[in-house]
Structures are given as C-alpha cells and as structure tokens.
Design a protein around this ligand. Sequence first.
Ligand code: UT7
Length: 330
Amino acid sequence: MAITAAITAVEGYLPDYVLTNQELSQMVDTNDEWITTRTGVKERRILKGADKGASVMGAEAVKRLCEKRGISPDEIDLLIAATVTGDYIFPATANIICDKVGAKKAWSFDINAACSGFIYALTTGAQFVQTGAHKKVVVVGVDKMSAIVDYTDRATCVIFGDGAGAVLLEPSTEGFGILDFKHQVDGSGRVHLYQKAGGSVKPPSIETVEKKEHYIYQEGQAVFKVAVKQMADVSAEMMVRNNLKPDDVAWLVPHQANKRIIEAVAHRMELPESKVMLNIHKYGNTTSGTIPLCLWEYQKQMKKGDNIILSAFGGGFTWGAIYVKWAYNS
Ligand code: UT7
C-alpha cells in the first residue's frame, strides 16, 4: 500500500494570562453581549513578558509533542512553523524553535498563509512523508496575535488571542493520515485584511507607527462574506470528492475565526453541532494555532479510523480543506 502521512501525536501550549470580555470592556467601548453574539469569544490567552515571541509557545508545544510520542527532538527530520507573528521578519521562527527544543538534525522553514497557515503547512509536511523522504515531520501552528493587535480598536482586539499547537507526521502503510487536500488563494483580497506597514512596501518609520499601520487592519464584513462562502464550498467539495456523506464524517475541525462562520460551514456540510470542534469561546482566533489546538483538546474523543475534515480561511485571501483519517485512539 502507498505511504500516507499519519498524525501520530498532537500537543498544544496556551499562555496563562486570560483576557476576558469583561476586562476588554474596560479598555474599549464594547461589552460581553456584543462580543459573544457577534463572534462567540468569551476569553482569550495572552503571552505576557518582555522578549517573549511566538517561538516560546511553539517550542513548548513541540517539547510536549516529543515527550508524548516518546521521541528525542533530534529524531525530527523537518519542522515547519505556520505563523504570521514570527519572532522576527527573518530568520524563520521554525529555526528558532528547532534550536530551543534541540532538534539538531532537522531542517526547517516558516509558512505564512495567515489563518490557513496550519493547513497549508500540514499539506506541505505530508508530501515529505508520502514520498518517503522523511520519517518524522513536525508541523507547528503558532501565533502571538497580541503583538499585532491594536488594543484601542474594538473591531479587532476582541477577536484574537495567542497560542500554539503541534502535530507529528509519520509514515503509515494502512491508509491513515492526510488523504486529500485542496488549497486556494485570491491575492486581490489582501486589501481587506493585512498589516499595512513593516514590510518592504512601507518599511517601519515614525510615521507608520504613529498611524498604527503595524497593527492588523481588517474590514470585517468584507472578510466575513468571502470566508463563509469559500470555507463552506471547499469543505463540501472535500466531502463530495471523497464520497463522504454527513454520517461518514466524524469531525469538522474549522479555523476558529467567528462562531457564525463555523455554524454556516457545518450547516452546508449537514453536520450536527456535536461533530464540530469548537474552542473559540476560550481562546478566540489564534490564527495558525486554532486547528491544532482543537485537535489537541478533542483528541480523547477521536477514534482510530475517524474521517475528519480540517477547514480554514484567512488573510491573503487563503483557504482550503484537508481530509484526514485519524490514526490512533488516545
Ligand atoms: O481569521 C481570518 C479571517 N477573519 C475573519 O474571518 C473575520 C470575519 N469577520 C467577522 O468575523 C466579523 O465581521 C467581525 C466579528 C469582525 C465583526 O462583526 P460584524 O457583525 O461584521 O460587525 P460590523 O463590523 O458590521 O459592525 C457592526 C457594528 C458597528 O457599529 P455601527 O456602525 O453599526 O454603529 C461597529 O462599530 O458593531 C460595532 N462594533 C462593535 N460594537 C461593540 C464593532 N466591534 C464592536 C465591538 N463591540 N467589539
């Protein structure tokens, strides 16, 4: 049988500090009722402390992952980090994570696909396992969104949080793991969700900082409309082309951007709420972290052989879905 890339372990890391809707309502003109009904978020985690970047969370998730699977970090062949809030513009945060965990034999790189970053990275990592090139590939989704959130902008500061999740990919000859994927982009959507300054178009300057252009800029409604359509379309297509009926799907693992988007996607797939992984109320939108953090939290409920659809939409625009056959019982 052909080699597939099975997920053989999942771990996560969430910083301790809990930023509640109540605390946010003392910082900006908002309230728990608006945030809960419009987004589904009740609280989110924030990484506090000077000089702490995304790699702090990513490294902790990877350390835990190696312990869980009982492997040494120097057995990792490749580590891919999905992030839009890397420690630095360069070098890659993946390299820093490798250094921190002692993955001395791995090569590594970052993928920037905003909220679709984790699924893009998972598909990429799977190719190296399927071809037989590598035996152990780690895929990390990590973001410290609090580093690029303007805590005076009520339209964005209520949504995002910090966190990291990581999975290990290993070869399977029994048909488990990543079985299908579809990823898409529409670069013209970049104007609706991006960081205006800090890159080569507008290098950071006193002026860009004064204009707060190093923070997230989002036109919420414009993003919402496209997110619902594209995430629902690609998730439904993943079912059709793999001949999966709603009863055949055990779990939908959606990017956690907005509870209303998740509900629309599940509705389109004809899946009941009980099959939809949800933790947006506790962690908000952690960008690259949402999907692995869901897998981490729900893994005890997943069974070997479960058919799972991962689905995401993000800045770029980027979107896609992956069909996974779960490889183990916890
Ligand atoms: O993760 C990657 C991709 N990102 C997404 O998928 C995000 C997609 N977009 C969304 O989830 C939603 O558009 C938001 C949650 C960002 C915003 O929800 P909305 O229902 O689209 O609200 P809106 O932007 O249309 O604003 C409605 C009203 C406005 O007031 P007026 O103009 O009607 O008086 C806003 O000023 O709500 C106001 N508003 C708030 N009120 C209280 C905006 N933010 C807040 C707030 N608290 N935090």
